[in-house]
Design a protein around this ligand. Structure first.
Ligand code: ADP
Ligand code: MG
Length: 332
């Protein structure tokens, strides 16, 4: 565990708890064991046979926390997002998604819009996402109770022949890139966070063409998620350029409503489900001029440094420390 992680993760926070679980996790990883990467990355990486690693990830959506209300259109989006956020974690490892299981806790209701109908609508949304990314639905668990709706998806995937990309591979001097535009994913009426577009294709294309040192998907916010790369890469630092952060139109929209700057939104809102990655300077030269055939864009935002801590450089040359205050479920 790095010094940075101690400074930034008070023991009572969500990440403090995850750190604690990580230190107390039962480890089947005796020498020659199957756990290649356990807690601490976007997916766990397991090796059951010598050839390719298997990746697995789990994410849960809860009514009242990740979405509100249960009207019909929203339910399909909840199913769509529940699989989408897991796909985003598979993209972050540059792996190929394969099969999912889905556990639902349905609110107990009778009548036309009862538990079964809620379950069907979620399944419809989930199926749309599954077909889009060629994922098989292979199991799950169905429950009903007097509580709110909860959907939990577990997704399995496998590495390509080039192996996986982890959070832990950044090196001092690496250039930092992000896909897409960031911020305001919760802005009304778009609610962009409900219809993520997992960057599987982008991740696999980049992984095939470049030696990606480290990668993460942006779920907690660029500052927090880049912070995870720095921490997992042995306590490195980064300087990012304020005027190079790609700001989403939704962030500007939110800024007009709440007075926080669009840049603040881009750095801290989260649920963008874009990718943040690092490459060696030579690869960065190629990536900058690369013919990015996807509809998505990719921008260089800064550099990895040996000096720990995340800092931001403004246009006038001023450099300020950037707190990686992403979304914390125990606080926000
Ligand atoms: P992500 O945002 O990519 O989904 P998280 O921040 O949710 O990642 O989790 C960070 C790491 O902690 C991941 O490796 C995840 O699998 C692990 N993790 C989170 N909660 C638990 C838990 N209750 N028990 C074991 N591992 C957990
Ligand atoms: Mg992730």
């Amino acid at each position: 565990m790095s010094l940075i992680s101690h400074m930034n993760t008070p023991s009572g926070s969500e990440f403090g708890l995850i750190d604690w679980i990580r230190r107390h996790a039962p480890q089947a990883n005796t020498p020659g064991g199957h756990v290649v990467t356990g807690i601490g990355d976007d997916c766990a990486a397991l090796r059951f046979t010598p050839e390719r690693e298997v990746v697995v990830t789990t994410d849960m959506l809860m009514e009242g926390r990740h979405f509100r209300g249960l009207d019909g259109d929203l339910l399909a989006l909840v199913g769509y997002k529940a699989l989408g956020v897991n796909l985003s974690d598979i993209a972050a490892m540059a792996a190929i998604p394969r099969s999912a299981t889905v556990a639902v806790a349905l609110p107990r209701r009778r009548g036309e819009f009862g538990s079964a109908e809620i379950g069907r609508r979620i399944h419809q949304g989930l199926t749309t996402m599954a077909e889009r990314f060629d994922v098989a639905l292979v199991g799950g668990d169905t429950n009903a109770w007097d509580g709110p709706l909860v959907v939990s998806v577990t997704l399995l995937g496998e590495a390509t022949e080039r192996g996986l990309v982890r959070r832990a591979g950044a090196r001092a001097g690496d250039a930092i890139f992000v896909t897409g535009r960031l911020g305001g994913s919760n802005s009304e009426p778009n609610q962009r966070h409900l219809s993520p577009f997992p960057r599987i294709r982008e991740a696999l294309t980049l992984h095939a063409a470049f030696d990606l040192h480290a990668m993460i998907d942006i779920s907690d916010g660029l500052a927090a998620d880049l912070g995870h790369i720095l921490e997992e890469s042995g306590g490195l630092g980064a300087v990012i350029e304020a005027d190079r952060i790609p700001i989403h139109e939704d962030a500007r929209e939110m800024s007009r409503a709440d007075g926080r700057s669009p840049l603040e939104h881009a750095l801290h809102d989260g649920e963008d489900f874009e990718l943040c990655l690092t490459v060696a300077p030579e690869a960065a030269d190629q990536l900058r001029g690369w013919d990015w055939r996807g509809s998505n864009e990719i921008n260089e935002i800064g550099v990895i440094t040996r000096e720990p801590g995340l800092r931001m450089r403004f246009r006038d040359g001023r450099i300020e420390a950037l707190e990686p205050r992403g979304f914390d479920h125990f606080r926000d």
